[in-house]
Design a protein around this ligand. Structure first.
Ligand code: ZN
Length: 96
């Protein structure tokens, strides 16, 4: 929850900076209102990149975490890779 708040504040700061920069340019006559509504090539690429990143983020958040298949003894107990025998049932785990 705390990270989400931080992200929200960061996003708000970026938006405020962009708006402030654009209105500053507008006030100084460097661009017209038409420039602000039209996306330039770098701006469009940036927006597309952000959209792509957002899509990947949502995809990763929605995809369930796949746990790697852990080795199990035939008795069902979890075993470590270096174990020579099962600590639960005592079965020999020596690999050939
Ligand atoms: Zn076992």
């Amino acid at each position: 929850m705390k990270r989400a708040t931080g992200m929200l504040i960061l996003t708000a700061a970026v938006v405020v900076t962009v708006v402030a920069y654009n209105s500053w340019l507008y006030c100084w006559g460097r661009c017209t209102l038409e420039n602000l509504t039209r996306l330039s090539l770098p701006g469009g690429l940036l927006l597309a990149g952000n959209g792509l990143a957002l899509g990947v983020l949502i995809f990763l958040k929605l995809t369930p975490v796949r746990r790697p298949l852990l080795p199990h003894c035939r008795c069902g107990a979890l075993i470590e890779d270096e174990w020579r025998f099962c600590g639960h049932c005592g079965a020999d785990l020596e690999k050939p």
